[in-house]
Write a protein that binds this ligand. Structure first.
Ligand SMILES: C[S@@+](CC[C@H](N)C(=O)[O-])C[C@H]1O[C@@H](n2cnc3c(N)ncnc32)[C@H](O)[C@@H]1O
Length: 315
């Protein structure tokens, strides 16, 4: 396995992350996306850009394609439903929940011209039938249905040697991504560990129908046989900060499968293993969805620790 501790994109002097549209991806994630195209893109397939929001990733990909020049031509396919949710006015203050933000993305990416093809609308209605994919950037797997759809309708087009970048792999709230990548581990090698939530994989073997012969849905995480998936990721990412996030995802997976008992066990064990502050800051939100299932004493302790770390009590 490649040394996941190496982060060459961090060292590279990179002014391409200045003046980008605002958004939810971190500075390290921004540096990484441009570097990935500049260093690894061969011009043998498309770049799929999923969950583009205001267009930061689109600009990073587009500007990196320009930088590597015409001998490695590429097209970016950008996907989003472009509908404001309750959180988004923080980044686009002049729009309200339910408004379209497509004009914002268009204004931010217009300079990239026909390098970019936009696919507005619900991704669940889209399929990919336009040839090989070389980079698949996924910041859109926000639930089981999107996880299954991206995996079945897009991931099989990723060519051997191409890259799959999961922005939410280390995010405690998306346990399905750990599950699916564990199921497909024979087709992917984890190669880039990016701050805050991203893991980049190299495709070592193009997926076939046979690779997709498994179930999706919260029920697949309903008993301790699911531990194998989170334990696989713990081996890939042994650093304490990453381990804390993985335990948060394991707990959330159990909770969503109707097993708050197992979720509580995971959180209690994680508390004993990891430093309180790291645990609270990264994992406590995992307990919010099942607050009423937590013993009262544990809830009080969580609130006190969170107040100590974040300075504000849990609502
Ligand atoms: C976490 S945000 C992406 C953040 C973005 N990558 C950035 O750099 O700021 C997730 C995006 O997925 C989009 N999205 C969520 N569900 C979708 C769906 N079913 N179809 C299309 N887009 C969807 C949202 O509109 C949102 O822009």
């Amino acid at each position: 396995m490649t040394a996941l501790r190496d982060a060459p994109w961090r060292a590279a002097g990179d002014d391409s992350i200045e003046n980008l549209p605002p958004g939810m991806i971190s500075p390290d994630e921004r540096k990484y996306l441009g570097w990935l195209v500049r260093e690894h893109f061969q011009g043998r397939g498309a770049i799929l850009d999923m969950g583009v929001f205001t267009g930061a990733s689109t600009c990073l990909f587009g500007e990196a394609l320009r930088a590597i020049g015409k001998d490695k031509p590429g097209t970016i396919h950008s996907y989003d439903r472009f509908l404001m949710d309750a959180m988004m006015p923080r980044w686009i203050p002049d729009r309200r929940e339910g408004d379209s933000f497509l004009p914002v993305w268009e204004a931010n990416t217009r300079h990239l011209g026909d390098t970019v093809v936009c696919h507005p609308g619900d991704l669940l209605q889209e399929r990919w039938q336009a040839g090989p994919v070389e980079i698949l950037f996924v910041d859109i797997m926000k639930g089981w249905p999107l996880c299954e759809h991206v995996t079945r309708a897009f991931m099989p087009a990723l060519a051997e040697g191409g890259f799959l970048v999961h922005q939410d792999l280390k995010f405690w709230a998306c346990p399905w991504i750990t599950y699916v990548m564990s199921k497909l581990r024979h087709c992917f090698e984890p190669v880039h560990n990016v701050i805050i939530s991203t893991l980049g994989f190299r495709c070592t073997r193009q997926m076939t129908e046979a690779d997709l012969d498994f179930e999706f849905g919260p029920q697949v995480l309903q008993d301790t046989s699911a531990n194998v998936h989170f334990d696989w990721l713990l081996e890939v990412l042994p650093e304490p900060l990453d381990r804390v996030k993985i335990e948060g995802a394991r707990a959330r997976g159990y909770f969503m499968a109707g097993r708050p008992d197992l979720a509580n066990e995971v959180l209690d064990r994680a508390r004993e293993i990891y430093p309180a502050n790291g645990y609270v800051y990264h994992c406590l939100p995992a307990s919010r969805g099942f607050e009423e299932h937590r013993p009262e004493a544990t809830r009080q302790r969580d609130r006190a620790l969170e107040e100590e770390v974040l300075g504000t009590p849990t609502a």
